[in-house]
Design a protein around this ligand. Structure first.
Ligand code: ATP
Length: 451
């Protein structure tokens, strides 16, 4: 698996309808991708598994869906209007813009702990050129919030932002949740939804895009318990990666983020990194956001956001632990892990070794020959029965059986079921296993329990 390239994954994703370039027929739009039918199914299986694991199976978690458009005061209070920036540098000849830290990293410089001035100095001292080999200009801070305007009357429009993170939706609803559900501390507010960042240079397929999806929760705690809570969620994040997504444990690494590199709101951050084909990169983050957000929103909104303990002790502003999970990066890690090449009957075979619960299609049903009505009718019966129970079942009668298997292998379908002449006699079918390519005969009535 180590020699798998990002191109292998992207090409399979496109060929088999997982992910297409955004606005492709118009030449695309940088940093945007569209999920096709199988990508949508895979993504949904991941988000559903996350919701089940972190929300539905617990009794201290409250799920919400807040608006993408928020009052701009939210982003002023949260510090995003002034501080949600990435360092930018421009190629003086082509005028192309790059992430300064990425240019340095690509040149082998360790940028950890460097501020804008230090990075700027490193560019000059080491004579680093742009990726096109040209002189680089002076660095600047670039704000990643997308602006849009609201209002139907021209001239009376006001600037608002597309949310740069989902977290603020949880903070502005903190009081609503407390007032309607009276939860005991600690408790969490969770959300899955889109976030938008005007990334300077989107790259690496869906790893760094301008519109992406986040699954995250804000876990409200009393300040003296933050270390234990941080540890609890650190362990749970590993459990999610290794038990639910079934990512290999040795490809997941923790990075203790230094104070200089932490986001403006964080007192401790651990990044979860994954060995992608293009290097070890951030998959998820775990941050101790203290009472930064609620305090700022209390001050800016004038609303009391304190928590009143039920035992009558003094009210206080809760602190927050925030585990955050990028959906698109999750999907990429899953695809990179599943992508397998082997040899079968002297030919190269590609298949996705997806965990069954994540596979977009659970089973494929085929009649051995599509011009034999008796086989087709029987196969339809089996298909309808499975479809009713499993939902994600595919019908495929195109080409020969070998080709059908190859197609299903590439989309990670765990089982292919073929109805042949023997089926008409004894109600058994062939079930072929994706990973081993082994075929067994099975009674139709046993299929549901076994696929
Ligand atoms: P990076 O350092 O890679 O830019 P970040 O530290 O800014 O990421 P967070 O603000 O912690 O990222 O965002 C939460 C999660 O959202 C990340 O862990 C990642 O999974 C995902 N994410 C962030 N930016 C992007 C992006 N541009 N495209 C896709 N996913 C992203």
């Amino acid at each position: 698996m180590s020699d798998i390239s990002l191109e292998d994954i992207a090409s399979l994703a496109k060929r088999r309808g997982f992910i297409y370039q955004g606005s492709e027929i118009y030449g695309g739009l940088a940093g945007t991708w569209d999920y096709g039918p199988l990508g949508t199914a895979l993504k949904r299986n991941i988000t559903n598994a996350w919701w089940k694991f972190f929300v539905d199976s617990r009794d201290d978690m409250y799920g919400i869906e807040s608006a993408i458009l928020m009052n701009p005061k939210v982003w002023e209070a949260s510090g995003h209007v002034s501080g949600f920036t990435d360092p930018l540098i421009e190629d003086l000849k082509t005028k192309k813009r790059y992430r300064l830290d990425h240019v340095l990293e690509d040149a082998g410089v360790d940028v950890r702990g460097m501020d804008l001035a230090a990075m700027s100095a490193a560019i000059k001292e080491q004579g680093i050129k742009s990726p096109d080999g040209n002189e680089l200009g002076n660095p600047a801070s670039f704000n990643m919030l997308f602006e849009t305007s609201m209002g139907a009357v021209e001239g009376e429009k006001s600037t608002i932002y597309l949310r740069g993170e989902t977290a603020q939706g949880m903070f502005v609803n903190f009081k609503n949740i407390v007032d309607t559900f009276y939860p005991d501390l600690p408790f969490g507010v969770a959300q899955i939804g889109k976030a938008f960042r005007n990334e300077i240079s989107p790259r690496d397929f869906v790893f760094r895009v301008r519109e992406f999806e986040i699954m995250e929760f804000e876990y409200f705690i009393s300040p003296n318990s933050w270390e234990g809570e941080f540890e609890k969620w650190r362990v749970a994040m590993h459990e999610w990666c290794e038990k639910i997504l079934e990512l290999p444990a040795d490809k997941i690494h923790e990075l203790e983020v230094s104070p200089e590199d932490r986001a403006h709101y964080s007192k401790r951050t651990v990044d979860f990194e994954f060995d992608f084909p293009f290097g070890k990169k951030e998959l998820y983050g775990l941050a101790y956001r203290t009472d930064f957000d609620l305090t700022n929103h209390q001050n800016a909104s004038g609303k009391n956001l304190e928590y009143r303990p039920k035992d009558g002790s003094a009210p206080f502003i809760p602190h927050v632990i925030e585990p955050t999970f990028g959906v698109d990066r999750s999907l990429m890690a899953v695809l990179c892990t599943a992508y397998t090449e082997d040899e079968m009957n002297g030919e190269k075979r590609i298949y996705l070794k997806l965990p069954k619960h994540l596979a977009p299609i659970k089973a494929c049903v085929s009649p051995l020959l599509k011009n034999k009505p008796e086989l087709v009718t029987k196969a339809r019966e089996v298909y309808d029965m499975l479809k009713k129970e499993l939902g994600a079942v595919m019908w495929d009668d195109n080409g020969n059986i070998g080709k059908r298997y190859r197609r299903q292998d590439e989309i990670g379908t765990p089982a292919c079921i073929v109805i042949d002449f023997q089926t008409l006699e004894d109600n058994t079918v062939t079930v072929r296993n994706r990973d081993t390519a082994e075929q067994v005969r099975m009674k139709i009535e046993d299929l549901l329990a076994n696929v």
